[in-house]
Design a protein around this ligand. Structure first.
Ligand SMILES: Cc1ncc(COP(=O)(O)O)c(C=O)c1O
Length: 439
């Protein structure tokens, strides 16, 4: 048997029909034939669970987050912050405040360029970018270099489309400040040895930004194991929605960086006289109303939740090849009509997903068949109240009196982006190629 045949034989069998059934778009016909879609590198198709999350949010608890003092706002905030915790687990980041929601990989890289880059780069400095980069990891650096006068040096690739790592090491000087490189190339599919590249960068006192847009759909990512300073990915390439993505950054770096966009939500205090102070992480980098439904739906993307659970499964003594891991992305978690956001959220917070008892009760005609149950519905409120695995925001929502950010008061108006003169508002691996040697 050749290598491919051996690997194919070792693969668990896939229930293709069940997987297809999770993607409504695959039931349509194109040119008189069932749709076959292979353009996943551009964008992946969207499973029912993710589509249902939009329906549940807009039909059940549409509200702005972090600023309202009513039930819908509490529910929307809990669901939104629940996704932050899910994504933290997906990347194995240490803290939820290291997860910044953006519009996608492109905006995440622009955030780093305009915040960290503007604060730390100057004429004479050097930034290393590989020849394999997507435009989104080239152009922001070119634009900034034209303004600030630093130099961009290009890591070459060989004839196989593989980075020349000897040349990479040779490019470093005492002026090298940053390496910006993709984890997996969108052009060739090359998997770059970013863990080893990070070690080289750190040995030279430089940071590393990893563009994970093409890696996150295909392999487990552990930002702590990689020792990435920044890691970016897009929701729509991991079976989530468009218009949402993530920037991971090490907390101490993000703390030291200035905000890059100003507005509501990212401020602590606003005053014409005393000046403005900024919110804590992660809100400092999330100005204005975010893509609430998109973020919540990202938390329902099968890959995002599966990796988190399978990592936990391994920690509990299972193996990566254990039954849950082998189950494939979507078909283990059939969404039901009238999907309850709480079943995903509450179960995810407990580390497992089960059918929601709250939904079943609601499904009975006697209860009016209300298909929409909140993330704080009785079925999941128990574990939420116990609060053991909860993001801080959920605990604060349940005890608003203890949290200055959720109190009514002069600051409340400022949270909506308004400012009154003279008043200060208070708002409060992965499949790594071989090691490339010591730096
Ligand atoms: C490697 C890589 N980086 C960045 C991007 C940009 O992603 P987005 O357009 O979602 O911001 C893409 C999109 O194809 C990509 O393949």
């Amino acid at each position: 048997m050749n290598d491919l045949a051996t690997r194919a034989a070792a693969m668990p069998s896939l229930d293709v029909a069940a997987i297809r059934a999770d993607f409504p778009i695959l039931s349509r016909q194109v040119h008189g034939r069932p749709l076959v879609y292979l353009d996943n590198a551009a964008t992946s198709q969207t499973p029912r669970q993710v589509i249902a999350a939009f329906d549940a949010y807009y039909g059940g608890y549409n509200a702005n987050i972090h600023r309202g003092l009513h039930t819908l706002a509490d529910e929307a905030t809990a669901a939104f912050e629940g996704t932050r915790e899910t994504v933290r687990g997906f990347l194995n980041a240490a803290e939820t405040r290291e997860i910044i929601f953006t519009r996608g990989t492109t905006e995440a890289i622009n955030l780093v360029a305009n915040s960290w880059g503007r604060a730390n780069l100057k004429a004479g400095d050097e930034v290393l970018i590989s020849r394999l980069e997507h435009h989104s990891n080239i152009v922001p650096w070119q634009m900034l270099a034209a303004e600030l006068g630093f130099t961009i040096k290009v890591i070459p690739v060989d004839e196989r489309g593989v980075l020349d790592l000897d040349a990479y090491r040779a490019l470093f000087t005492e002026r090298t400040r940053l390496v910006a490189v993709n984890h997996v190339s969108n052009a060739f599919g090359t998997v770059n040895p970013v863990k080893a590249m990070a070690a080289v960068a750190h040995a030279h006192g430089a940071l590393i930004l990893v563009d994970g847009a093409q890696a996150t759909p295909h392999q487990a990512v552990d930002v702590r194991d990689l020792d990435a300073d920044f890691y970016a990915f897009s929701g729509h390439k991991v079976y989530g929605p468009t218009g949402v993505g993530v920037l991971y950054g090490k907390a101490e770096l993000l703390e030291s960086m200035p905000p890059w966009q100003g507005g509501g939500e990212m401020i602590a205090t606003v005053s014409f006289e005393a000046g403005t102070t900024f919110a804590e992480l992660p809100h400092k980098f999330e100005a204005g109303t975010p893509a609430i439904a998109e973020v919540i739906a990202l938390g329902e993307a099968p890959e995002v939740g599966r990796r988190r659970r399978s990592r936990r499964h391994r920690r509990l003594g299972g193996t990566a090849a254990g039954p849950r891991h082998r189950a494939g992305p979507a078909h283990r978690w059939p969404a039901h009509p009238g999907h309850c956001p709480g079943q995903g959220r509450g179960a995810l917070l407990r580390g497992r997903r089960r059918p929601c008892p709250g939904y079943r009760a609601a499904d009975r005609p006697a209860r009016g068949g209300d298909p929409y149950r909140s993330p704080l519905c009785p079925a999941v409120a128990g574990p939420l109240r116990r609060g053991r695995h909860l993001p801080g925001i959920v605990r604060r929502l349940q005890h608003p009196g203890r949290d200055r950010r959720l109190r009514r008061g002069p600051g409340a108006r400022h949270r909506h982006g308004q400012v009154s003169p003279g008043r200060t508002g208070s708002r409060q691996t992965d499949r790594e190629p071989p090691d490339i040697g010591t730096p």
